[in-house]
Write a protein that binds this ligand. Structure first.
Ligand SMILES: *[C@@H]1O[C@H](CO)[C@@H](O)[C@H](O)[C@H]1NC(C)=O
Ligand SMILES: *[C@@H]1O[C@H](CO)[C@@H](O)[C@H](O)[C@H]1NC(C)=O
Ligand SMILES: CC(=O)N[C@H]1CO[C@H](CO)[C@@H](O)[C@@H]1O
Length: 258
């Protein structure tokens, strides 16, 4: 017979886990309320800030919070960014595989270019990871070097979509004058066989990205294209009417484009 002096093992485990989770939530509270400048609380805060900006809860923001510079630098250079991008690509492919591709050349997948197909991380790494105001002059200089590498997860997805028979349309906020540099680096980075590369024409300058990209999607639909998927690192790549059947948001904690 069991002695009443000892708790049954299940109850003991329950008690221990209650004590452990109470201790964990207390230490969590302590981390949040303690010195806001400490590295730990910055990490915790910045992870929540990142969730907020990725989900568009933050809406427009100009530069990253100053206390998040180290967090964003570590995120962008570490495994987290690569893995987050891999998971987005895997979800995109899982959806793409459910689409009946008709073979009439009208089944379309749209990709944005910057921070979607190509990575400007080498530029942002020497310009404060989004903690500094955007400088169009130095960014355009970088862009014209055409040295942006591919995002590995996007390059794989791109190949898989081509294999499934999708027409790939690239829709970027870059301007016509940058067509050559953009084509050159897309090719050097490994991209090929896109159906169209759409850049801002003179008449598109000054439009918000949402307005410009929605108009281009409307034109594509008017031409008979069915836009199944749309991949972009900005909400402004994806929002607005008409929308793709499914939109896929890639991570980007460095900047926000309206
Ligand atoms: C952009 O960078 C250039 C070169 O460093 C500098 O001369 C210019 O003042 C900067 N512009 C802005 C708006 O910060
Ligand atoms: C782009 O390259 C083509 C040749 O491939 C050239 O004719 C054209 O002038 C170039 N455009 C710009 C804006 O440099
Ligand atoms: C990563 C990559 O392929 N970058 C290339 C971009 O294009 C330039 C030429 O314009 C190449 O020098 C880079 O290697």
């Amino acid at each position: 017979m069991g002695s009443r002096r000892f708790l049954p093992p299940v109850l003991l485990l329950l008690l221990l886990s209650v004590i452990a989770s109470a201790a964990a939530s207390q230490s969590l509270l302590r981390m949040i309320s303690e010195n806001q400048a400490s590295g730990d609380s910055d990490g915790l805060y910045c992870d929540s800030w990142r969730l907020s900006e990725e989900t568009n809860n933050a809406g427009y923001w100009g530069t990253i919070p100053a206390r998040c510079l180290q967090f964003v630098a570590e995120y962008m250079n570490g495994d987290r960014y690569a893995l987050d991008s891999d998971v987005v690509a895997a979800e995109s492919l899982a959806f793409a595989q459910t689409v009946q591709v008709a073979g009439d050349g009208n089944d379309v997948w749209i990709f944005d270019v910057d921070e979607t197909l190509l990575s400007n991380l080498p530029y942002y790494a020497v310009n404060g990871y989004g903690s500094e105001e955007f400088n169009e002059t130095t960014f355009d200089e970088w862009l014209n070097l055409a040295k942006a590498p591919a995002l590995p997860a996007s390059l794989r997805l791109y190949e898989e979509l081509l294999g499934l028979g999708f027409q790939i349309i690239l829709l970027t906020g870059r301007v016509e004058a940058e067509r050559n540099a953009t084509e050159k680096n897309l090719s050097f980075a490994g991209y090929h066989s896109w159906t169209r590369l759409i850049l801002r024409e003179a008449s598109d300058i000054g439009k918000t990205a949402v307005a410009y990209k929605s108009e281009k999607r409307a034109q594509l639909e008017a031409q008979g294209h069915r836009i199944h998927g749309n991949s972009g690192d900005q909400w402004s790549d994806l929002l607005g009417s008409p929308m793709a059947t499914r939109s896929f948001k890639l991570p980007n904690p460095m900047y926000y484009i309206q």
